[in-house]
Design a protein around this ligand. Structure first.
Ligand SMILES: *[C@@H]1O[C@H](CO)[C@@H](O)[C@H](O)[C@H]1NC(C)=O
Ligand SMILES: *[C@@H]1O[C@H](CO)[C@@H](O)[C@H](O)[C@H]1NC(C)=O
Ligand SMILES: *[C@@H]1O[C@H](CO)[C@@H](O)[C@H](O)[C@H]1NC(C)=O
Ligand SMILES: *[C@@H]1O[C@H](CO)[C@@H](O)[C@H](O)[C@H]1NC(C)=O
Ligand SMILES: *[C@@H]1O[C@H](CO)[C@@H](O)[C@H](O)[C@H]1NC(C)=O
Ligand SMILES: *[C@@H]1O[C@H](CO)[C@@H](O)[C@H](O)[C@H]1NC(C)=O
Ligand SMILES: *[C@@H]1O[C@H](CO)[C@@H](O)[C@H](O)[C@H]1NC(C)=O
Ligand SMILES: *[C@@H]1O[C@H](CO)[C@@H](O)[C@H](O)[C@H]1NC(C)=O
Ligand SMILES: *[C@@H]1O[C@H](CO)[C@@H](O)[C@H](O)[C@H]1NC(C)=O
Length: 764
């Protein structure tokens, strides 16, 4: 079982110290209990848990409240029925035989591996999601993360109305954090570290409050709902006015990720509290790899959130481009992949002959743009040659896919800088270099090589800090974005959607370094970072806008609106490309339904809704044991009389494999869906299917006629083919197009000869 939380990909300079636990044989466990077994004598579940713990305790001081309360880490109320506690193996064994015990998992130490994006998404003040939702006014976004830097201008509350009276959250004081710090924008700040302290009782937490000492939480929360901040920039790059997706929404921070360590028991306590406080949207830029649904505490906790009508946005992870790597492949949340935006950061090189050449760079240091420096072409894999070249800018040609090696060698050499000529387009994490570096494609690079060849004393001037907008081939799927299918539930296509995640500018704590140069650490009120962690809060902010306009929509309806209106074409009107697969067209396993389009999502025409019962029917069909189902539903009285893998979801995935079909012959997959008309009263929609190689795909009926708003209509999708598909992955789409052209309701269809069993075996 591989477990780790993937936050943003390049977690800058965060070192996780390794502490030696004091009680080697004891550990913290998250324990699920059946509340219906609680004897009536107990006044609260909390007391029952304490008594249960006292009864299994090995301690010599048995029976005292002291023993059980020192064992209890958290008693949970909303996210699950149960608690976390420090237990020895024999205590755990006794607990297993206690009345009401359902199951348990070990608390896991989780190893932690926007000035512009709003315009790219088409948000503007004149029309669409921003004005319609009053910029997300009064919607509350809860963010579970590393805390906030409350002084950041993104949390200013100028012009904001009073905090909604239903809000029950708090602004907890702590180290360097006064309870009066919150305002009408940052309406809550709490922190959770009992799980961390249960593991390391002697640990002194440096900043014991919701204050962000890392940066990640300040970045994600300001991306979701940061207020307008003028003159934001990252050392000259991306300068402009920064703002979150829902600039009028409220932010509540739940700090559960600590520089000192990250524990699931703390994350659960944070989600538990967020539900209690009354958040409308949860943004979770974290996840756990390799757990089945019934053992993934985040999946379990978010089920409770969904039941309460809370929309949950999660990140898919940064383990791409490999198939089946994503986490949070949970049917009741939104799973968000990371894409690029139409912006590049770069450097301009002006050669001695006057020719100016544009390359990619995000080097933040000072560099004289008026001086001409000598440049030399060298073999950058040859460290000896690099050592002897002296004080020059070196030019490297990447012919053997050795870019990383070249980059590393040049970084260690005592040269002025490095220019890399390469056909590689996956450069995002090299451009933020610690030394002056820029990257040129083969055509541009050739001009540099030609010039050097002709000159006896070649020279060039470099201008860093170039920001280029309107890049046409955007968005693209980033190479690192984790891919579906979902190992924890292969029958629901994941990820759901793609949102901006590459090189995103957002707020940053003043005291956390944004980067490390050889000359020292750099600090800035904004940082540009990348990852699905950055994509998740974009989608959470968009959900807040939708919730602002349509407060009555269920989480499934909001997700459906986002997915069925997502874009599958880029700005050049060609299929969105995937950087992880040499810029080939991206498949739904990389980007789900496509790239998020907030203004279109406001008015989707039809939605695929789903309620708690539908998710339970799915759990029943997964053949989970009753204890496993109960762990998720928190109730022994769930109803499994209608098991169905066919959740009313706005996407389709079918397995054509001997393991999934038990037949060599031609196989037919049926999907049943029901759409609700939330557009005009009377409307007619016609099914449009894209051809899928080697398969017969049809819809029955092909026409849906609605006579009033909220009317529901059902249809069947039939996919017919042999298990010998012509390709591992064949994909297409079904779009319901309104006859007057007003709405198009799109769904991706994936068929694969991968085996759902083999994909979910990644959980073992
Ligand atoms: C933790 O503190 C206790 C009491 O001060 C001490 O006995 C114990 O050795 C310490 N453990 C570690 C791992 O430092
Ligand atoms: C918190 O802020 C209030 C009002 O600004 C101030 O009166 C109080 O002394 C502060 N408390 C701490 C612990 O700094
Ligand atoms: C950088 O180079 C590009 C392409 O040659 C050119 O269009 C642009 O004006 C240059 N920018 C500056 C600041 O020189
Ligand atoms: C660049 O130089 C300016 C002026 O000397 C200085 O204030 C700034 O901190 C420097 N920036 C970096 C990134 O070193
Ligand atoms: C880039 O060049 C290398 C070697 O020259 C080649 O193996 C690779 O396929 C090329 N990549 C692309 C994206 O063209
Ligand atoms: C559940 O069990 C039934 C009966 O054995 C089987 O037909 C079905 O394929 C199983 N479903 C899954 C998802 O494994
Ligand atoms: C379970 O659901 C079925 C159909 O939805 C219904 O007929 C039955 O009464 C339900 N059983 C219980 C115990 O609620
Ligand atoms: C899936 O199909 C492709 C192309 O026909 C084939 O190369 C591959 O081996 C198949 N994979 C499995 C798991 O059957
Ligand atoms: C079927 O499942 C078994 C067990 O998980 C696996 O070893 C085998 O490779 C699968 N077959 C195919 C064709 O995927």
């Amino acid at each position: 079982m591989a477990i780790h939380v993937s936050l943003c990909l390049f977690f800058l300079s965060v070192a996780f110290p390794y502490f030696v636990p004091i009680l080697a044989e004891s550990d913290t466990y998250i324990v699920y209990m059946d509340l219906s077994s609680m004897p009536k004598a107990f006044s609260s579940h909390h007391n029952w848990y304490l008594t249960t713990l006292a009864s299994v305790s090995n301690s010599i001081e048995t029976g005292t409240d002291f023993v059980s309360s020192s064992k209890l880490v958290y008693a949970y109320t909303n996210v699950m029925n149960g608690f976390s506690a420090t237990l020895s193996p024999s205590e755990l064994e006794s607990l297993r035989n206690s009345p009401g015990y359902v199951s348990s998992v070990k608390d896991t130490s989780v190893k932690v591996d926007t000035t512009h994006s709003y315009q790219f998404l088409g948000l503007n003040s004149n029309q669409g999601a921003w004005p319609d939702s009053d910029y997300g006014k009064d919607v509350i976004i809860g963010v579970v993360d590393t805390g906030v830097w409350p002084e950041s201008k993104s949390y200013r509350d100028d012009g904001m109305t009073e905090i909604p009276s239903r809000w029950k959250g708090e602004c907890e004081s702590g180290t360097q954090f006064n309870s009066s710090t919150c305002n009408k924008k940052l309406i809550g700040a709490r922190y959770f570290n009992k799980g961390l302290l249960a593991k390391y009782p002697n640990l002194t937490i440096a900043v014991n409050s919701a204050r962000d000492t890392d940066g990640h939480g300040t970045h994600t929360s300001s991306t979701a709902a940061g207020n307008f901040v003028e003159a934001a920039s990252f050392f000259g790059y991306a300068s402009g006015t920064s703002r979150g997706m829902a600039p009028n929404a409220r932010i509540a921070m739940y700090k559960a990720l600590w520089d000192e360590g990250v524990y699931l028991s703390d994350i659960l306590a944070a989600i538990d509290q967020a539900i209690m406080d009354g958040v409308d949207v949860l943004s979770l830029s974290l996840g756990i790899d390799g757990l089945p649904l019934y053992a993934d505490p985040i999946a379990i906790a978010t089920f409770a959130a969904m039941e309460k009508g809370i929309f949950v946005s999660t990140s898919s992870g940064n383990e791409g481009p490999y198939i089946g790597t994503l986490h949070n492949g949970t049917p009741w949340v939104l799973n968000v992949a990371a894409g690029t935006v139409d912006r590049e950061f770069g450097a301009n090189l002006t050669l001695g002959n006057g020719i100016s050449i544009a390359g990619l760079s995000l080097y933040p240091g000072n560099f004289s743009s008026s001086d001409a420096f000598p440049i030399a072409f060298v073999d950058c894999e040859n460290e000896k040659e690099l050592k002897e070249i002296g004080s020059k800018i070196v030019v490297c040609l990447d012919t053997k896919d050795k870019l990383n090696e070249q980059f590393y060698s040049v970084g260690n050499a005592k040269v002025i800088g490095g220019f890399f000529i390469t056909n590689n387009t996956d450069l995002e994490f090299l451009t933020g270099s610690r030394f002056p570096a820029a990257f040129f494609n083969l055509d541009e690079g050739q001009k540099i090589l030609d010039y050097i060849k002709k000159e006896s004393d070649p020279k060039g001037r470099v201008q860093f800090e170039q920001t280029r907008l309107g890049i046409k081939s955007a968005p693209k799927v980033t190479s690192y974005s984790s891919r579906g299918p979902s190992p924890s539930c292969p029958f629901i296509l994941k990820p759901d959607i793609m949102a901006p995640g590459a090189q995103i500018l957002a707020s940053w704590p003043q005291k956390s370094p944004v980067t490390d140069l050889s000359s020292g650490q750099l600090f800035n009120m904004f940082n540009i970072i990348s990852g699905t962690s950055m994509a998740c809060p974009h989608a959470a902010g968009v959900a807040a806008l939708l919730k602002g306009v349509h407060p009555d929509w269920s989480p499934a309806a909001i997700r459906s609106a986002m997915m069925t209106t997502a874009d599958v074409f880029d700005k050049t009107k060609n299929p969105i490309q995937d950087i992880g697969y040499n810029n080939k067209p991206a498949t739904p396993l990389a980007m789900g339904a496509g790239h998020i389009n907030p203004n279109k999502a406001l008015d989707p025409g039809l939605v695929y809704d789903a309620n708690v019962e539908d998710y339970i029917n799915l759990l029943c069909a997964l053949n989970l044991t009753s204890k496993q189902i109960q762990t998720i539903t928190r109730s022994p009285s769930y109803n499994c009389s209608n098991p169905s893998l066919d959740l009313n979801y706005p996407s389709f995935i079918a397995y054509f494999n001997i393991n999934d079909t038990n037949s060599n012959a031609e196989t037919v997959h049926y999907f049943q869906r029901t759409v609700t008309n939330i557009g005009d009263g009377t409307s007619t929609y016609i099914a449009k299917l894209t051809p899928m190689d080697g398969l017969k795909v049809s819809v029955e009926p092909e026409k849906l006629v609605f006579s009033k708003k909220y009317e529901k209509k059902s249809y069947k999708l039939k996919i017919q083919g042999s298990i010998l598909l012509p390709d591992t992955l064949i994909y297409g789409s079904l779009t319901w197009v309104q006859t007057d052209g007003k709405h198009s309701v799109g769904s991706p269809i994936v068929t694969t000869n991968l085996s759902s069993e083999v994909i979910s075996d990644k959980n073992d």
